[in-house]
Write a protein that binds this ligand. Sequence first.
Ligand code: FAD
Length: 469
Amino acid sequence: MSERKHVIILGGGITGLAAAFYVQKYAKETGKSITFSVIEASNRLGGKIDTIKEDGFVLERGPDSYLARKTVMTELVKDVGLGDDLVSNETGQAYILHNMKLHPIPEGAVMGIPTKVMPFATTPLFSVAGKARAGLDLVLPKRKDSQQDISVGHFFRRRLGDEVVDRLIEPLLSGIYAGRIDRLSLQSTFPQFVETEKKYRSLILGMKKTQPKQEKTPIAKKKKKGAFLTLKGGLSSFIEALSKAVPEENIKTGVSVKAVELLEDGAYSVMMEDGSVMTGDNVIVTTPYPITKKLFSKTVFPAGFHDTKPTSVATVAMSFNEEDVNFSLDGTGFVIAKSEKTSITACTWTSRKWPHTTPKGKVVLRCYVGRAEDQDIVHQSDEVILEKVLDDLKKIMGVDSHPEFYHVSRMIDSMPQYEVGHKEHVKKLRTAFQNELPGVRLAGAPYDGVGLPDCVNSAKEAVDSLFNR
Ligand code: FAD
């Protein structure tokens, strides 16, 4: 084999493109002769990231922002020259729909965990018994076997009771994972709460201690900075900049990978659906897990890992004339308790949360449909989905008009389900690959976190581990 190393990256979503960027960066920094190819099945880069830009609107079909505290993504945004385009969300009250009424999320609730007494004690969202049950968290002992993974639902139900979980925590979390909270792995999704319990025993006391104190100076009166970031030109502008940061000829779109095999000389043969073959020294795999399993048909994947099909969701972005949405509540949107009989699971008041996305005089609402337990709706026609969404919005917000335009975006099998034991399964799978296919790395949403920064970090770690950094 030649001296020049060739890394083949499967998938051109954020993980694959970030991996390409980091391979190139490593080659430049070390002066080593390394090249790479990105192979993307569709004719478009970005995977789940897909921005629609039209008539002054910036609408996201998939993700719309990322958590600012996970700085690896911001660093990469700056690396590709888009630092000045970063924009934080406007903050404001968020709501929960319960009994078909919007309730403000009690002030001081952090991921649903109450840290302030009065807002929690006075909210009509919970019954007196539900509040008293949550208060038991203050005296309950910590879990003995804290290292053992349990479900997020199990953990929070034990500490705070069913009511707080079903009416507040579950709706907040299911927006991120679109899964079943009673099967979702605590260790893989919210390890910080395991630590909080370990250290402070009570989640309420722990969260109270670890939240930044509110200053009593006039500065405190300033509007809080949002916890999320996006790009003025939409997330696709980041994908564009990322792909332009590497030579165009290194990226192949419209080419679907069919299989990967280890050759006798230690190289890898990547076979495409069109019959072409590419050979490389290393392969970074960022395709969705069900596809990855097919690409490596001779590898044994751990039983029980990602056996639950990824959830499908659809988003519906709608633009109205301002005067047609006569809605008095201030804030940025709402999530919905599972017990409600609605088709939508959440609604972002996009033009308020992200004012740069919407021309003056217009209102953009973005609704989500598709629960783990109700996947049918995602497969309905655009018109049927819109009708159901508008029906819900009429009941909840009193919106009684048809949008000027709308986009229904289906993301089929798009939300990988991190079930209890996920971390252990990932470890097992990576060990199996290390033994059987030592030049291959698995990266992206199925393994190390579904958030965009998690994907970037996963790509970075895959590249670092290939080159023993
Ligand atoms: P993907 O984006 O899925 O990329 C994989 C790529 O592999 C695709 O481009 C695909 O076409 C390609 N591919 C598949 N098969 C083959 C093949 N055989 N050969 C070659 N290529 C192939 N995260 C956030 O941080 N913030 C959010 O606001 C947010 N909102 C979300 C909203 C929705 C509706 C969804 C679905 C997800 C959201 N997420 C959010 C999660 C985040 O968008 C994803 O986890 C992330 O984009 C996954 O990136 P990836 O590169 O790992 O995978």
